[in-house]
Design a protein around this ligand. Structure first.
Ligand code: 5GP
Length: 190
C-alpha cells in the first residue's frame, strides 16, 4: 500500500486554521486523518480531551520529549505543543493522509526531518490583514489582554516565515481557502 501524505498546515493564531481544516475534512475522497496534538495549555470552552488535544501536565509532556515520542514540539505563548509520533506513522502506513495543524517552529522540525520525496505537503494560511487577524483573536474573548498581545506579536513574526512553506493560501473567506487547500492535496495524491 502507498504510504499516506503528511500535510502540515501553519498560520498565525486566529487566522482560522481550525475552521478551514473542518471544511477540508468534509471531502472524504481526500482520505484525511487529523493528528491530535498534545499540549500543556488549559482547555478552552468547548474543547475536549482526546478530540481537540491531549491535555497533559508539563511533567507528562517533558517525559514524552525525553522518551523521543514526539515527531516535533515547540513552546508557544508559555505552553508546550507537540505531535505524538507513533500515531502519525501508524496512520501513514495504513495509507491515510495525516493532517498536522501546527505552529512554525514545529513545522520547521517536520520539514527538516523528511526529504522532498517523502510525501510531505506544507501549507501556510495567511490572513487578509493584521487588523483582521487582531479582530479575530479578540473575537474569541477567552483570554486575558496580556496573552492576546503575546499572540498578536507572535502572529506578526510567524507571518514572515510563510516562505518556508511550499504553498501559501489566503484565507479571505473560509470556503475559498478550503477549496484551494483541497485542490493542493488532490494534486499531490495523484
Ligand atoms: P492554540 O492554543 O490556539 O490551540 O494553539 C496555538 C498554536 O499552537 C497554533 O498555531 C496551533 O496550530 C499550534 N499547535 C497546535 N498543536 C501543535 C503541535 O502539536 N505542535 C506545534 N508545534 N504546534 C501546535
Amino acid at each position: 500500500m502507498k504510504k499516506g501524505l503528511l500535510i502540515v498546515l501553519s498560520g498565525p493564531s486566529g487566522v482560522g486554521k481550525g475552521t478551514v481544516r473542518k471544511l477540508v475534512f468534509e471531502d472524504e475522497s481526500l482520505n484525511l486523518e487529523y493528528s491530535i496534538s498534545m499540549t500543556t495549555r488549559l482547555p478552552r470552552n468547548q474543547e475536549e480531551n482526546g478530540k481537540d488535544y491531549f491535555f497533559v501536565t508539563k511533567e507528562e509532556f517533558e517525559e514524552k520529549i525525553k522518551d523521543n515520542e514526539l515527531l516535533e514540539y515547540a513552546r508557544f505563548v508559555g505552553n508546550y505543543y507537540g505531535t505524538p509520533r507513533a500515531y502519525v506513522e501508524k496512520l501513514r502506513n495504513e495509507g491515510k493522509n495525516v493532517f498536522l495543524e501546527i505552529e512554525v517552529e514545529g513545522a520547521k522540525q517536520v520539514l527538516s526531518k523528511f526529504k522532498d520525496d517523502e510525501g510531505v505537503v506544507s501549507i501556510f494560511l495567511l490572513p487578509p490583514s493584521i487588523e483582521e487577524l487582531e479582530k479575530r483573536i479578540r473575537g474569541r474573548r477567552s483570554e486575558p489582554e496580556e496573552i492576546i498581545q503575546e499572540r498578536l506579536g507572535k502572529a506578526k513574526s510567524e507571518m514572515s516565515l510563510a516562505t518556508n512553506y511550499e504553498y501559501s493560501v489566503l484565507n479571505d473567506n473560509v470556503v475559498d481557502a478550503s477549496e484551494r487547500i483541497k485542490k493542493i492535496i488532490k494534486n499531490r495524491i495523484k
